[in-house]
Design a protein around this ligand. Structure first.
Ligand code: SAM
Length: 274
């Protein structure tokens, strides 16, 4: 993890909290604990305390519009022509699940609409699945924090967390359980959660689209460049990457071209000149 001078006080504060929790009074003894075998649990605890997990449903609407109207449309059309009906999207740094579930809802709607315009040859038995065959949708959602992954898997959200979700989406994709909204089983089945540290070499391959928003901003430039290289390799030809509003691939790589529409931005993998 990279902490520049603007984030030193955050680091200091979080470290001090852990020291207090462990009953220690020196950074050095805490460091000795972290690198020891019995300190493994504390290291996980520290990572949990140092990650920033802020997220929300339908974050960055302009970018999601670009995703829905331009990127998905282009991708589904190209796949339909090749008779490849597998769609794989990776939410890298998924936090408590609002991002991958937002994507699941948008893509499920887009696929229903696509199937309406291109009806499958065979009639379908009832009840209809959320994603109609021959399409197969897999959304992989990963994070470095076990606690956010647990919350994401549970998929239970409070009223304030639901404020960006309009009533149409609430009706179709959530169950109301007491005061909370729980993601329906059919939506959960489209999303697979897994632990991945983006700094390691082995990362999920063969993705059509990668969302990695508001994660890279906590890496230093060298680490950002390495990550973008890995994303290139993790994408199918012509695949897309979406990064956060305050992030950009410009200056980090020449292997992607920027796609811009109505203040939404994405980056498409270039297949020539690499
Ligand atoms: C600010 S949240 C962004 C969540 C979501 N992508 C969004 O934009 O709403 C950043 C997430 O990235 C995760 N993260 C930070 N460093 C990571 C790493 N090296 N590998 C995987 N995930 C990481 C954090 O645990 C956190 O859940």
């Amino acid at each position: 993890m990279h902490f520049d001078e603007r984030r030193t006080s955050f680091l200091q504060d979080r470290l001090q909290r852990r020291l207090k929790e462990c009953g220690m009074d020196s950074f050095y003894s805490y460091y000795r604990l972290l690198i020891s075998q019995p300190g493994k649990k504390e290291l996980t605890q520290l990572v949990e305390n140092l990650t920033v997990n802020e997220t929300s449903f339908f974050r960055n609407k302009a970018q999601l519009d670009l995703f829905q109207r331009e990127v998905l449309d282009d991708l589904l059309q190209r796949k339909q022509e090749r008779r490849d009906h597998n769609l794989r999207i990776w939410s890298a740094g998924c936090s408590t699940g609002q991002e991958p579930y937002t994507l699941a809802m948008i893509v499920a709607d887009a696929l229903s609409y696509h199937s309406m315009r291109n009806p499958p040859a065979l009639g379908l038995s009832l009840p209809k699945p959320l994603v109609l065959p021959p399409w197969r949708l897999e959304i992989l959602a990963s994070d470095i924090s076990y606690s956010v992954l647990r919350a994401a898997q549970e998929g239970s959200y409070s009223e304030p967390q639901m404020s960006p979700v309009d009533y149409g989406f609430r009706l179709r994709y959530f169950d109301k359980v007491g005061a909370r909204y729980v993601v329906k089983k059919t939506v959960k089945e489209l999303v697979h959660f897994d632990f991945h540290n983006l700094k390691t070499e082995y990362l999920p391959q063969r993705n059509d689209i990668i969302f990695c928003r508001n994660v890279m901003m906590y890496f230093d430039e060298a680490e950002q460049k390495r990550l973008v290289e890995k994303f290139y390799r993790c994408l199918n030809p012509d695949g897309y990457v979406f990064v956060g509003h305050a992030e950009s691939l410009l200056g980090l790589t020449s292997k992607f071209q920027m796609v811009h529409h109505n203040s939404g931005t994405a980056y498409q993998r270039l297949e020539v000149n690499v």
